[in-house]
Write a protein that binds this ligand. Structure first.
Ligand code: 3H9
Length: 702
């Protein structure tokens, strides 16, 4: 096995290179090799200074996240040991960074005596995203280098900054442009530090930048307030602020000890374990059965979207934002003009909020070509996405035409949210090219993309769709064909119970409060008002009434003209257009409905509301998993995290259920089934795992 770190000499500078592909994660083996490499240089009288750099794609992605659960990250030499070794080194150490320097992969450079980076290198402390604080001095050293406010921005957001920006705030000493030599630049800086004749400067001693916050201690409370909404429910962002505050209020060693304790406490927390799960789930999702790195892909030079309604327009924006030219086609000029105007207004709103430059908006608009001509829209497209009304006959007509008009090796996608992709594919002579791309509304905002793999979808078309999802910034989850796919199918299991709870004794404001307290951004009834009570009604009309128990309160609201936010009244009433206010009219309607059904209303506990909403959805997830509609439980988690705002710090429904214990979930479901029957029968997989003591996570990875 090759050594995970190399040591070589350039003149009298020892160059230590991290070599632990793919991301130079700082595993125990790598930490030991780095320690040994430094020891070699320390012992060598001819070595006067060091350069620390990364081999391969990047400097380092930080601590090895897979070591956190077992505590291997605490085995010596720890990252902190290495950092002490570097900061205390009598021979100056210069970090030479490229690609990414993240987390522990930035904490090492923070303790170095000089830092250089190639243009475009991304540096950051993203620990907060996995539910922890930087644990190797990052919260104590970064404020000492760039000041408290700038450090808070980087640590609490977890967002990396570029080397160019890092140079501006003094986080790096030099940026090496294209064609420059990173190692040579770092060696030069190391030699300069030696030549100065001074002891290498220690970051821990640099207190000047802390003065401003010392004089203005309210900065921390202000920061807490500023993130309160965005970070609701998450522990780590607030813990990050506490640690930075400690850097100002405590001597360095004490601040470091505070950070270490906070790190250890969070490392073993439920939130951190959930967020680590999400980190790996996102990466797993692109590993799809039948597709590997050898699978050929179609090019993605140009797209076409058929239909310029809300969905079509949003999808076109996704292409334009990613720099891919796209044609949008409508059947008549008025609809086309209306659609393009909505796109323009969406961009203009982003520009007016200062989140996009006018020039960028102009470039995006220029990438979208409106047309009435089907042939012109699709003739040069590498991928066509049909986004017309949810009607099988209409979709079949379109796909028959696409089959005639499009070149071979064009992906033909339907944005259906429920229809059978196999049936749509069957009207073409090339079902291998056909798949579903189910975007979520608003398509330019929502991150989830269900990629529906038909029976005959080719690996090439599927791989192309996965690449598209990455290029347009979506989390692509491959799902199989079934009515409404993974997302809407399981959503229905949830909203259905929410409706029944009203009939049995709850009110919309109670159900929504429980769901929001659990961590969703909105409850099911506020979502219903946002999406449109009329939209839900029309979908039900089109699809026909489902079998079994059915709550018709939503239909009654529709008949009363209460369509939701757009009419300032739906499940709630609205005075400012978007803040839901409980409405006695709705309360009366619900009580009347219970009466009509002969249901004696009862007190319903918050616990029952949460379980009745979540467990049937998880039960549906178990069926979806067992039927192979999703490849693994974590894919289903992503569907709920990115499609419906399931709280990220709970890891997703299947992960959460595994934590609760499937025997418990099964028992509760069985109880509901005995009481209410209808649709609540525990899924066979849930029953099996509950009895075996298994988990969805382990089952799926078998
Ligand atoms: C930390 O540093 C704690 C310290 O403060 C204190 C310690 C005491 N560990 O993302 P990619 C895997 S916490 C283990 O596709 P990219 C990843 O799973 C850490 N594995 O690459 C994937 O595996 P596979 C703070 C890791 O180029 C493969 O590497 N750092 C780690 O698109 C390729 O990854 C972070 O939170 C890791 N740290 O993106 C940064 N990182 O091929 C986490 C990646 O089997 N990493 N892997 O699926 C990232 O954000 C991205 O990897 C990065 C590169 C942007 C760096």
């Amino acid at each position: 096995m090759s050594e995970p770190a190399r040591f070589e000499r350039i003149d009298d500078v020892g160059v230590v290179t991290l070599d632990n592909p793919p991301v130079n994660a700082l595993s125990l083996e790598l930490r030991s090799a780095v320690r040994d490499a430094f020891a070699e240089g320390m012992d060598d009288p001819d070595v006067e200074a060091f350069v620390l750099t990364g081999g391969g794609r990047m400097f380092s992605a930080g601590a090895d996240i897979t070591e956190f659960a077992s505590g291997r990250s605490n085995e010596p030499p720890t990252l902190r040991d290495l950092i002490d070794l570097i900061e205390d080194s009598p021979k100056p150490v210069v970090a030479a960074m490229h690609g990414n320097a993240m987390g522990g992969g930035l904490e090492l450079p923070l303790a170095c005596h000089g830092r250089v980076a190639t243009e475009g290198t991304r540096v950051g402390l993203p620990e907060v995203n996995i539910g922890i604080v930087p644990g190797a001095g990052g919260t104590q050293r970064l404020p000492r280098i760039i000041g408290v406010q700038a450090a808070l921005d980087i640590i609490v957001s977890g967002k990396p900054i570029t080397a160019e920006k890092a140079l501006g705030v003094g986080l790096v000493d030099e940026v090496v442009g294209e064609g420059g030599d990173l190692i040579a630049t770092a060696v030069k800086l190391a030699k300069k530090l030696v030549a100065s004749g001074e002891a290498p400067p220690k970051t821990r001693d640099r207190d000047a930048h802390l003065a401003e916050a010392e004089a203005n201690p309210s900065v921390f409370d202000d920061y807490r307030k500023s993130i309160a909404r965005r970070a609701r429910g998450f522990d780590a962002p607030f813990a990050c602020i506490d640690c930075v505050q400690a850097s100002v209020e405590k001597p360095f060693e004490e601040g470091l000890a505070f950070e270490r304790d906070t790190f250890q406490k969070l490392r073993t927390s439920d939130q951190a374990s959930a967020l680590r799960h999400v980190f790996f789930a996102e990466r797993q999702a692109s590993k799809v059965r039948g597709i590997d790195s050898d699978t050929a892909e179609y090019p993605l030079r140009r797209g076409a979207v058929l239909g310029c309604g809300t969905m079509g327009g949003g999808i076109a924006m996704c292409f334009a934002n990613a720099g891919i030219p796209v044609a949008v086609r409508e059947h008549d000029q008025a609809a086309l003009d209306r659609g393009m105007e909505i796109i323009r207004k969406n961009y203009a709103a982003t520009v007016s909020k200062g989140r996009m430059k006018q020039a960028v908006m102009d470039a995006c608009m220029a990438r979208i070509t409106p047309t009435l001509d089907m042939e012109a829209a699709v003739e040069d497209a590498d991928i066509v996405i049909e986004a017309v009304f949810e009607n099988m006959e209409l979709k079949k007509e379109i796909f028959t035409e696409l089959d005639r008009l499009c070149d071979a090796n064009t992906v033909l996608a339907t944005n259906t949210s429920s229809l059978d992709v196999n049936e749509i594919a069957s009207v073409t002579g090339r079902p291998g090219d056909v798949l579903g791309l189910h975007f979520f509304s608003p398509a330019n905002v929502m991150k989830l993309l269900e990629i529906v793999r038909g029976e005959k979808t080719s690996p090439e078309a599927l791989a192309t769709a996965l690449t598209l999802s990455k290029r347009i910034g979506k989390v692509g989850v491959v799902v199989g064909v079934c009515d409404s796919f993974a997302a809407n199918r399981s959503l229905y299991a949830y909203t259905r119970q929410a409706g029944f709870l009203l009939e049995e004794g709850a009110l919309p404001e109670q159900v929504d409060r429980v769901i929001v307290e659990f961590g969703f951004p909105m409850g099911p009834f506020a979502v219903g008002d946002l999406a449109g009570v009329d939209v839900g009604y029309k979908i039900r009309q089109h699809r026909g009434r489902p079998e079994g128990r059915y709550s018709d309160i939503a239909d009654k609201l529709y008949e009363m003209g209460r369509y939701g936010q757009k009419t300032s009244a739906g499940w709630f009433r609205y005075e400012d257009g978007r803040t839901p206010i409980p409405d006695p009219v709705v309360t009366d309607l619900i009580i009347e409905s219970s009466k009509e059904l002969g249901i004696e209303r009862r007190e319903i506990s918050d616990e029952e509301i949460l379980r009745r909403c979540m467990y049937p959805m998880i039960n549906e997830g178990a069926k979806i998993l067992e039927e192979g509609i999703v490849q693994r439980a974590s894919d289903f988690d992503l569907v709920w995290l990115y499609g419906y705002g399931f709280p990220r710090y709970r890891g997703g429904p299947m992960f959460w259920a595994d934590q609760l214990g499937l025997d418990h979930v099964y028992e509760v479901m069985q109880g509901y089934y005995e009481e209410h029957h209808d649709w609540l029968e525990p899924a066979p997989l849930l029953e099996k795992l509950a009895k075996e003591g298994g988990t969805f996570g382990e089952w799926a990875s078998k």
